[in-house]
Design a protein around this ligand. Structure first.
Ligand SMILES: C[S@@+](CC[C@H](N)C(=O)[O-])C[C@H]1O[C@@H](n2cnc3c(N)ncnc32)[C@H](O)[C@@H]1O
Ligand SMILES: Nc1nc2[nH]cc(C(=O)O)c2c(=O)[nH]1
Ligand code: SF4
Ligand SMILES: [Mg+2]
Length: 253
C-alpha cells in the first residue's frame, strides 16, 4: 500500500492550549501527509496542498538537527513506519497525523494507525474534519483528535457553512468512538462575532473549543477576548481556551 507523504519529524506539539484532548507541549512524531481538498488562505503548509507536486518526502535523521533524508513518492507504509521508529526518542506521547489532510488517504492512514497502535503508540489526528465518512473509517484507532472548524474568513471552500456542519459531525463520530477530541478555530481580524456564536452553539455539550489566532497574528487582544467571552458564555467557562502556534516562536518544526 502506497501513500503520498510530505515529511516525518520529531518535535513537541505546539498547538492546542490546555483544553481536554490537547497534547500541547507533549513530544510527538509528526507524520505529514501531502494533499488537501481545501484552500485556507492562511495555510502554512501550502507547499504540500497539491499532492501531484510533492515528488519526494523527507524524514529527519535525528530530532532537532534540521538534517533530513529524502525519498521519492509514493512511499510505502513500511518506509513511513521505519522513519517513525528511527525517531522514537523513548518519550513520545503520541504520533501526530497531519498534512495536508491525512483523511484523504484513509486506507494508508488506517494501516499506519494500526501499525503504530500495535507498536504501543497512541494516535493523534489533526484534521479539517470535512469528510465524516472517512473519519468513520479510522475513528476507532484515534486516541486524540484536533478537528478544525474553518471560519468563513479562512476561505477554505465555497460552501463554508456546510463544511462547518460536516466538521461538527466528524467531532461527534470521534467522540462516540472514544477519542479525546477538541475543536480548533483559527481566527483572523475578519472573523465575525456572530459566526463564533454559531460555532459555540454547535459545539456546546459536544467538545471543547480552542481559539487560535492566525499567524502572523492580526487579531487585537481585545477582539480575541471578545470571541473567548462569547464562546465561554455559550459553552461554559471550562470548555474554551486559547491556542497559539508556539513552535513558530521557538523556531522548531
Ligand atoms: C496545516 S493543518 C493540517 C491538518 C488539517 N488539514 C487541518 O487544517 O486541520 C494543521 C493545523 O495548522 C493550523 N494552521 C495552519 N496555518 C496556520 C496559520 N497561518 N495560523 C494559525 N494556524 C494555522 C491549521 O488550522 C491546523 O489546525
Ligand atoms: N511543533 C509543531 N506542532 C504542530 N501542531 C500542529 C502542527 C501541524 O502542522 O499540524 C504542528 C507542527 O507542524 N509543528
Ligand atoms: S485544510 Fe489544513 S492543510 Fe488544507 S489548506 Fe486548510 S490548513 Fe492547509
Ligand atoms: Mg503546522
Amino acid at each position: 500500500m502506497r501513500l503520498i507523504m510530505a515529511e516525518v519529524f520529531n518535535s513537541w506539539q505546539g498547538e492546542g492550549g490546555s483544553v481536554e484532548g490537547s497534547a500541547f507541549g507533549r513530544r510527538q512524531i509528526f507524520v505529514r501527509f501531502a494533499g488537501c481538498d481545501l484552500h485556507c488562505q492562511w495555510c502554512d503548509s501550502k507547499e504540500y496542498i497539491d499532492a501531484s507536486r510533492v515528488s519526494r518526502w523527507r524524514y529527519e535523521v535525528e530530532p532537532f538537527t534540521g538534517k533530513f533524508e529524502y525519498r521519492p513518492n509514493p512511499a510505502s507504509v513500511d518506509e513511513v513506519v521505519d522513519a517513525v521508529l528511527r525517531l522514537d526518542t523513548g518519550d513520545i506521547h503520541s504520533i501526530s497525523y497531519t498534512g495536508g489532510e491525512p483523511t484523504l488517504q484513509v486506507k494508508p492512514l488506517k494501516a499506519l494507525m494500526e501499525r503504530m497502535k500495535e507498536l504501543g503508540f497512541d494516535n493523534f489526528l489533526e484534521t479539517h474534519g470535512g469528510l465524516p465518512e472517512l473519519i468513520k473509517e479510522v475513528a476507532h484507532l484515534v486516541n486524540y483528535a484536533s478537528v478544525d472548524i474553518k471560519d468563513e474568513s479562512a476561505g477554505a471552500t465555497d460552501d463554508w457553512k456546510d463544511l462547518v456542519l460536516r466538521e461538527v459531525e466528524s467531532i461527534r463520530i470521534l467522540k462516540e468512538a472514544g477519542a479525546k477530541t477538541y475543536a480548533k478555530l483559527v481566527v483572523t481580524s475578519e472573523t465575525k462575532l456572530e459566526n463564533v456564536r454559531w460555532y459555540a452553539e454547535l459545539l456546546n455539550g459536544l467538545a471543547p473549543l480552542v481559539i487560535q489566532p492566525r499567524e502572523p497574528i492580526d487579531v487585537p487582544q481585545e477582539r480575541l477576548m471578545e470571541f473567548y467571552g462569547e464562546a465561554a458564555r455559550i459553552m461554559g467557562r471550562k470548555n474554551v481556551g486559547l491556542s497559539f502556534q508556539v513552535h513558530k516562536y521557538l523556531n522548531v518544526l
